[in-house]
Ligand binder design. Structure first.
Ligand code: COS
Length: 385
């Protein structure tokens, strides 16, 4: 389907596709097998200015929107979700600074992020906080001109590899969500270390570790916004980034569909290619239809967010929910269409099926997305009365 991309957008998509085909596809199986962090690919993305795509020009970025970011994420995800997760998590970690940072913080941190010189990670989740975003137990106590952080963040994408971390900690544990604050912490700060690299079912090219804070002192000025705003910073960040997870869903589903459709044309059973059987055609038809519906929703929501609309929680949750449920179903069906071959590591779809599962879990489980949508509907219907 033609989405009437501008010339600029087409160029961005074509370049992302070229990188995905030439740099990611040939190594994805090896990265997955060895759990290897894709530094070479990150360097190529940096040379293409893709880390700064959504960052304003005054801070060294390309000054485009979330929609253009979506196009890059989709193309990378078509080839490898581990790679696209590594790339997309940078935007997740950057949004707190971009949306709520001070001018000084933006000037200090964004140029190195935009150039790809420094990777970023976002630290919210803990042993007792994830879906319950207000359940954070890591503390940040003001002591003179410094905040002192103590606690452990869990399952943090890009941890250990990134140089810059945006982290949510409690400045007042008695106030619940209103006692949370957001901070910028640089790798190498004394008292800040990492746990072991996690061994994951999928997205194995991406790095996931704990962030450990033990009397970690950071300058007072590294607070983002002000004390008590951490929960809002986190929610606004997730409102922005969830469309990117939707784009990951569209990309991986497309990659799985392409592989399954190609295979169905080549695999001969009962004297004919299996694609000639209606049972297989109907599966492919459902897969293609749901991918196109997911893409249309993700693009529409990304463009809606780029208009500067104030409250986008419902729409971004819908895009994430729908496209990632599609990704799970389509990747499972791609394995089914390819039968025994689909289950084998020589073909890419078993990896895509393993990778796709995380999309229904991270940046808010799909159950949480339904809660967010439900809460928004209650608000809307109350207003209409
Ligand atoms: N934008 C702005 N404000 C928001 C907001 C948003 N998207 N979502 C909630 N708020 C505000 C609420 O309006 C409320 O403000 P008041 O105290 O002034 O009324 C406050 O924040 C607390 O909101 P709420 O009571 O809804 O908080 P809950 O603890 O019930 O949590 C959910 C709400 C479940 C939506 C939230 O915890 C969430 O998104 N969890 C998932 C987080 C996640 O994605 N984790 C994955 C790890 S991070 S990669």
């Amino acid at each position: 389907m033609d989405y009437f991309l501008t010339e600029d957008q087409q160029m961005i998509r074509d370049l992302a596709k070229e990188i995905a085909d030439e740099k990611v596809l040939p190594v994805r199986a090896e990265l997955d097998e060895k759990e290897e962090f894709p530094w070479d690919i990150m360097k190529t993305l940096a040379q293409s200015d893709f880390f700064g795509i959504y960052i304003p020009e005054e801070y060294g970025g390309l000054g485009k929107g979330g929609f253009e970011l979506t196009l890059v994420i989709e193309e990378l995800s078509r080839a490898c979700l581990g790679v696209s997760t590594t790339y997309a998590a940078n935007a997740l970690g950057t949004y707190p600074i971009l949306l709520h940072g001070s001018e000084e913080q933006k000037k200090k941190f964004l140029p190195d992020i935009a150039s790809g010189k420094k990777l970023v990670a976002f630290g919210l989740t803990e042993a007792n906080a994830g879906s319950d975003a207000a359940g954070v137990q890591t503390t940040a106590k003001l002591d003179g001109n410094e905040y002192v952080l103590n606690g452990t963040k869990q399952w943090i994408t890009n941890a250990g590899e990134a140089e810059i971390y945006t982290v949510i900690a409690m400045t007042d544990r008695n106030k619940g969500a209103r006692g949370a604050s957001a901070f910028i912490i640089e790798k190498g700060t004394p008292g800040f270390s990492f746990g072991k690299k996690e061994n994951k079912l999928g997205i194995r090219a991406s790095a996931t570790r704990e962030l450990v804070f033990e009397n970690c002192r950071i300058p007072k000025d590294n607070i983002i916004s002000k004390e008590g705003m951490g929960f809002i910073v986190a929610m606004k960040t997730l409102d922005k980034s969830r469309t990117g997870v939707g784009a990951q869903g569209v990309g991986v589903a497309q990659g799985a569909f392409d592989a399954a459709a190609q295979y169905a044309k080549e695999r001969i059973q009962f004297g004919q290619p299996v694609i000639s059987f209606q049972a297989v055609q109907h599966m492919l038809a459902d897969m293609a239809t749901s991918i196109e519906a997911a893409r249309a929703l993700v693009y529409a929501v990304a463009k809606f967010i780029d208009t500067g609309a104030k409250d986008v929680s419902k729409e971004s949750a819908m895009a994430k929910l729908f496209a990632t449920d599609v990704a799970m179903k389509v990747t499972v069906d791609a394995v089914q269409v390819m039968g025994g071959s689909g289950y084998m590591r020589e073909y890419p779809v078993e990896k895509m099926m393993r990778d796709a599962k995380i999309l229904q879990i991270y940046e808010g489980t799909n159950q949480i997305q339904r809660n967010v949508i439900g809460q928004a509907l209650i608000k809307e219907t109350t207003k209409k009365k």
